[in-house]
Design a binder for this molecule. Structure first.
Ligand code: 13P
Length: 392
C-alpha cells in the first residue's frame, strides 16, 4: 500500500505571519490523520517559521524550488544545506510555472532532484503537458521525456521513495480538472514508464500524485483512482478548511471503503441477476420444476398466457443471460485491475506492494547528516555540466 501524499503549494502567497496563522488553524483539523503524508510549501521567506509552527507534527514543509549547487556566487538562489538547516523536509522541483516562466529544463530538474536526494531531502518532481501538447496528441511523448530525462541516473531505490506530481498545465489554476479517465490513463502511463526505466518494484512503490484544480468537491473521485496516490493542491490549499477536506478525501480508509462498497453493490446485483436467471429458466415449461405451477397455473404457458408466456419468458431469459455474462466479465476485470477486490486494501505480507515510502518526519536530517552538510568540501553536491543558469 502506498501512503497517500497531499501537498499544498502556496506559490507566491502568504506572508510569514499568515503562514503561521494557517498552521495554527490547520494542525487541529488534521491532528487525527496519521495515514496521509501532508506537506505545506510556502515561500522561501516563510519556510523556517512554518517549520517551527508545524513543530513535532507529522506535517512536512517543502520549498518550492532549490539550487542544485551546494554554495557560491549564485545571486538569488537558496541551497539544500540552507533548507536542511531550517528543518525543511521536501522540495518541489520542475513545477510547470518554473519550467514556463523561468526556463527550467529536464536537465536542470534532474540535477536538482539528484542533489535533493543526496542532501537527504525528499523531491516532489512535477511533470505535465500543455494544452497544445495534449491537443496535438503528444501528451505521452512529453511525459516520457520529462520522466526519462528528469529522473535519469536515479537508482531504483531512489525512485521507489520519490513523489512524482502529474500536473497538466491546462488544469492549473483554470478550474478545469482532468477527468478521472484522463488522470487514470496518464498516471498508469507514467507508472509503466517508471517500470520500464527502473523496474516493477520501484514503479509500484513510487507515489504519483495529481495536481490541477483539485478541490474538496473533486478530490475523492480523483483519489479513488488506483494509480492516483495523492494531490498537489494550489488554490484550494490556501485555506486550512478546504485543504483539510482534501486531506480527508485522500485517506486510505476512505478509498478502501469506496472499493469495498462498489464491490459489494456489484456483487449483490450480480447475485440478483443469477437468481432471476435461474427463476426464468425454471419457469419455462419442461425446464426444471416448472415453477409457474407453484403459483396456481398448470404450467408456465398458463401463468403467462399461451403466446405471451413464451415471448415474455424467452425475452427475460435472454436479458438475464446477457446481464449474467456482462456481470461476470465486469467482476473479472475489476478483480484483475484491483479496483474492486476486497483484498486490495488489506495490508499484509501477501498484498504489500512495496516498502512504504518515507514519512516526512522520518526524512528529517539527523545531527550527523547536518554536520556532514555543513562541510561543503566533504560532500559537494554533484551537478551535471548541463545545469542551466537560473534566469531569475
Ligand atoms: P491549482 O490547484 O490552483 O490549479 O494549482 C495546482 C498547482 O499548480 C499546484 O502545484
Amino acid at each position: 500500500m502506498r501512503t497517500p501524499f497531499v501537498a499544498a503549494n502556496w506559490k507566491m502567497h502568504k506572508t510569514v505571519d499568515e503562514a503561521v496563522d494557517y498552521a495554527r488553524s490547520f494542525l487541529p483539523l488534521v491532528d487525527a490523520v496519521s495515514d496521509v503524508d501532508i506537506v505545506l510549501a510556502p515561500s522561501f521567506l516563510a519556510l523556517p517559521a512554518l517549520a517551527t509552527a508545524t513543530g513535532s507534527s507529522r506535517i512536512g514543509v517543502a520549498a518550492q524550488n532549490v539550487s542544485a549547487e551546494p554554495q557560491g556566487a549564485f545571486t538569488g538562489e537558496v541551497s539544500l544545506g540552507m533548507l536542511r538547516a531550517s528543518g525543511i523536509t521536501h522540495v518541489i522541483i520542475g513545477h510547470s510555472e518554473r519550467r514556463q516562466l523561468y526556463g527550467e529544463t529536464d536537465a536542470g530538474v534532474n540535477a536538482k532532484t539528484r542533489a535533493t536526494i543526496e542532501a537527504g531531502l525528499s523531491p516532489i518532481v512535477c511533470v505535465g503537458e500543455t494544452l497544445e501538447e495534449r491537443e496535438s496528441d503528444r501528451t505521452f511523448d512529453v511525459l516520457d521525456r520529462q520522466v526519462g530525462e528528469g529522473l535519469s541516473a536515479l537508482t531504483p531505490e531512489q525512485v521507489a521513495a520519490l513523489v512524482v506530481a502529474y500536473e497538466p498545465v491546462w488544469a492549473i489554476g483554470t478550474g478545469r480538472v482532468a477527468t478521472p479517465d484522463q488522470a487514470d490513463a496518464v498516471h498508469r502511463h507514467i507508472r509503466q514508464q517508471l517500470a520500464s526505466q527502473f523496474g516493477e518494484a520501484s514503479a509500484a512503490a513510487c507515489r504519483i500524485i495529481y495536481g490541477g484544480s483539485v478541490k474538496p468537491g473533486n478530490a475523492a473521485e480523483l483519489m479513488a483512482l488506483a494509480d492516483v496516490d495523492g494531490a498537489l493542491v494550489g488554490g484550494a490549499g490556501l485555506e486550512p478548511t478546504s485543504f483539510a477536506e482534501i486531506v480527508a478525501a485522500s485517506r486510505p480508509v476512505r478509498r478502501y471503503n469506496q472499493k469495498i462498497m462498489l464491490s459489494i453493490v456489484l456483487t449483490a446485483l450480480y447475485v440478483v441477476v443469477c437468481l432471476l436467471l435461474v427463476a426464468v429458466v425454471l419457469m419455462q415449461q419442461g425446464k426444471g420444476g416448472d415453477i409457474a405451477a407453484a403459483f396456481g397455473g398448470s404450467g408456465s404457458q398458463t401463468a403467462f398466457g399461451a403466446r405471451a408466456g413464451a415471448t415474455v419468458l424467452t425475452r427475460a431469459t435472454t436479458v438475464m443471460g446477457v446481464l449474467f455474462m456482462v456481470g461476470a466479465m465486469t467482476l473479472a476485470i475489476m478483480g484483475q485491475r484491483g479496483t474492486g477486490s476486497i483484498l486490495s486494501g488489506v495490508d499484509g505480507p501477501g498484498f504489500q506492494q512495496a516498502e512504504p515510502a518515507t514519512l516526512p518526519v522520518d526524512s528529517a536530517p539527523t545531527e550527523a547528516d547536518e554536520a556532514e552538510a555543513a562541510a561543503p568540501t566533504d560532500a559537494p553536491v554533484e551537478a551535471p555540466a548541463a545545469t542551466p543558469a537560473e534566469p531569475q
